[in-house]
Design a protein. Structure first.
Length: 294
């Protein structure tokens, strides 16, 4: 039996205009692979899948990876994705996207609709499965059962000041990971703070509110200050790149920079009123000494 190729004309003799297929590609001169696309990730609080999307204004937003019926979601919570960019509005269809914060089992906020409560319970069950299998460790639970006195004062999400802007770090300063892509197309495992790189300074600063408000009277907080470093070094920190990949501007990114603009009214649980210091240890002269930890 011979295969007959499809005809280039229709039954009425008109030409068939086949649209050429185009694969999604990244420009060779692009320094990022995150433009106009949703990056899959896992929520640091519950471990469920999320998607990062750029939006027209502000930082990227975390969306639930699946669409939901628009009638089950409040109009004020409708999101839609157009050309890879997330917009906080409805596109007129019967489906919409929803921010993950409304469904996160680790959040105290309850879903606005009863229909979303069932989906949140499904995510909570999945979080429990991930915890039981060891695939996910909640940030409130330490990795080891026995806490060390050397890390009792270490903030899990410190406040970092660079370029005169305060950010909430995703994890301790010495554990922040580079977001660049390696030659094997994996995320770089190097930290932002290698042993030979200049470090910042822990200091107590006034707890300044956001949106131009005055600082709270008598309130101070521990901040990891990087404003004393060179300008290029601060740019490297904000881009969340290790020194090796910072010297290669053409290297692609495989993850979104995890800095979150600090707001004391929203992130009040991450405010620490004393410096992250270690327990006192006996020095060589027999006197106790106190050292500062990242």
């Amino acid at each position: 039996m011979r295969f007959t190729p499809p005809s280039s004309r229709r039954w009425d003799g008109s030409l068939v205009q086949a649209r050429a297929r185009r694969s999604l590609r990244v420009s060779s001169d692009s320094a990022s692979r995150l433009l106009r696309c949703g990056q899959s990730d896992r929520c640091r609080d519950c471990g469920n899948l999320i998607e990062w999307y750029h939006r027209t204004a502000g930082r990227p937003v975390r969306l639930h990876p699946h669409e939901l019926p628009a009638e089950k979601v409040l109009v004020a919570c409708h999101w839609h994705v157009s050309c890879g960019v997330a917009h906080p509005a409805s596109d007129g269809s019967g489906w919409c996207r929803l921010p993950h914060a409304m469904l996160c089992p680790a959040s105290d906020a309850l879903p606005a609709a009863p229909e979303l409560a069932g989906l949140r319970r499904v995510l909570a069950v999945n979080t429990r499965r991930l915890i039981d299998s060891g695939a996910f460790v909640p940030p409130s639970v330490p990795p080891s059962t026995k806490a060390s006195p050397m890390t009792t004062c270490r903030p899990t999400r410190p406040v970092v000041q660079l370029l005169y802007v305060r950010y909430l770090a995703p994890r301790p300063v010495d554990e922040i990971q580079c977001v660049a892509q390696t030659c094997r197309r994996h995320r770089c495992t190097s930290p932002l703070l290698p042993p030979d790189a200049p470090a910042g300074v822990w200091t107590l600063l006034p707890t300044t509110a956001a949106h131009g408000q005055l600082p709270l009277l008598g309130a101070v907080m521990a901040v990891y200050v990087l404003t004393g470093l060179p300008y290029a070094e601060q740019l490297r920190w904000r881009a969340q790149r290790c020194p090796e990949h910072a010297a290669i501007p053409t290297a692609a990114d495989v993850a979104v920079a995890e800095w979150e603009t600090f707001d004391p009214l929203v992130h009040h649980e991450h405010i620490h009123t004393r410096l992250p210091t270690l327990t006192r240890r006996q020095g060589p002269t027999g006197r106790s000494r106190k050292t500062t930890q990242l």
